[in-house]
Design a protein around this ligand. Structure first.
Ligand SMILES: [Zn+2]
Length: 399
């Protein structure tokens, strides 16, 4: 069985070990060594990666009592090699993991909320509590966690040989189904709980704890948090964003919300004014279009290519309808031709007329009764096609 050195020294990043077995796997090789600093995928967090001799360790997992190191190349059985973990990755995960212990302790101590889940990914970490907290409580929890970080408390791991030895140890959490020896991780004058993972030596190593989201989850709450380097990176990213916005508003970062709110209210006013002006413009446009309608044996025909917004085409076409007649309006925007065909006081069904319009324009459209509409890709020679359609519709109106 592999001796797991990470259990007693989380800051031991390399060791000499002997290869006990090496077997080809689906992707790479499965290697067992006599002792290792590599922590496996376990307890809701990702494994260490690194090197073993000349090959890369890409995954570490448990198989029964065995610890299996997945490598990208073979090693010889009996060979002595140096195992070295990726230090940045180990330190980052330890910051998040120990931060989780501290946050869970604060939630327990302040609000009697119990940690019921933990997940640490490579870019974020979450912890689940069994009860919801208010935003003020979340802030209080975060403040207490950071106070404990600043006090630079010692974090220690103790192995208890039996359940009896554990009696009297005040545990926040005692994982079920553990077989002795049992490892307890304690934060000086604060948290104690059973845990198998590597932790920082002193809480000061964590630097900072930041809860970035707290949402209702399964009757309790899921918190997403960032510790140490991750918290700092997030702060830098947000600072850059706020500074960039502040520069656009020619103001200081602290004033940016007031500047955005001011612009928001100005924009609301501008939109209102725009809507009023658009309505006025459409009134003029409607009158102008109506005047262009031609007489066809006592009926009116309006066929016009406009530059109106496609969304406004239908109300505009309906507004231009004569008492007895037909309107075909078209607009071409962003490579797309949109058209509306409508009628008033006629026996003609637009559902019968639209296929000819579709055919002429190379478009797809449909409708029935007094209204049909369609769209087509933009095309060359559109004015000529519109004239042909005018001729066709004139003919249909005349009959
Ligand atoms: Zn732990």
């Amino acid at each position: 069985m592999t001796q797991r050195l990470y259990l007693m020294d989380s800051h031991l990043f390399e060791n000499q070990c002997t290869v006990l077995s090496c077997e080809p796997a689906k992707e790479g090789f499965d290697v067992i060594v006599d002792s290792t600093v590599f922590f496996p995928n376990k307890g809701g967090q990702p494994c260490d990666t690194g090197t073993l001799g000349a090959v890369r360790v890409t995954d570490v997992r448990e198989r029964g009592d065995e610890l299996i190191l997945r490598t990208d190349g073979p090693l010889s059985v009996g060979e002595t090699v140096t195992g070295h973990i990726d230090e940045g990755r180990r330190l980052d995960i330890m910051e998040q993991h120990t931060g989780e212990h501290i946050l869970s302790w604060c939630a327990y101590k302040l609000f009697d909320a119990v940690n019921v889940g933990f997940h640490c990914a490579l870019t974020y970490a979450t912890l689940d509590l069994d009860k919801p907290l208010t935003p003020e409580q979340v802030t209080a929890m975060e403040d207490m966690a950071n106070a404990l970080v600043r006090r630079n408390l010692a974090v220690t791991a103790t192995i208890y040989e039996s359940e009896d030895d554990l009696k009297g140890v005040p545990l926040r959490k005692h994982a079920e189904g553990l077989i002795a020896p049992i490892r307890v991780v304690s934060i000086e004058n604060a948290d104690s709980c059973t845990c198998c993972a590597p932790h920082v030596h002193f809480t000061g190593e964590i630097g900072a704890v930041k809860i970035v989201a707290a949402v209702a989850y399964k009757g309790g709450m899921r918190m997403t948090f960032l510790c140490g380097g991750r918290a700092m990176q997030q702060f830098q990213k947000l600072q850059m964003t706020v500074d960039a916005i502040a520069r656009k508003f020619s103001t200081a970062g602290e004033e940016v919300l007031a500047a955005v709110e001011k612009q928001e209210s100005e924009l609301k006013e501008v939109k209102k004014e725009k809507a009023a002006l658009t309505a006025r413009l459409e009134e003029y446009l409607t009158a102008e279009l109506k005047a262009q309608a031609e007489d066809v044996k006592g009926k009116k025909l309006l066929v016009q290519l406009t530059d109106t917004d496609p969304k406004r085409l239908r109300p505009l076409a309906l507004a231009t309808l004569p008492e007895k007649g037909l309107t075909l309006l078209l607009t071409e925007k962003a490579g797309q031709l949109t058209y509306v065909l409508c009628s008033n006081g006629l026996k003609l069904d637009m559902g019968e007329l639209i296929p000819a319009v579709n055919l002429a324009l190379g478009g797809k459209g449909g409708g029935r009764g007094t209204l049909a509409q369609g769209s087509a890709p933009a095309q060359a020679g559109l004015p000529e096609t519109v004239e042909q359609l005018r001729g066709y519709l004139k003919q249909r109106l005349a009959n």
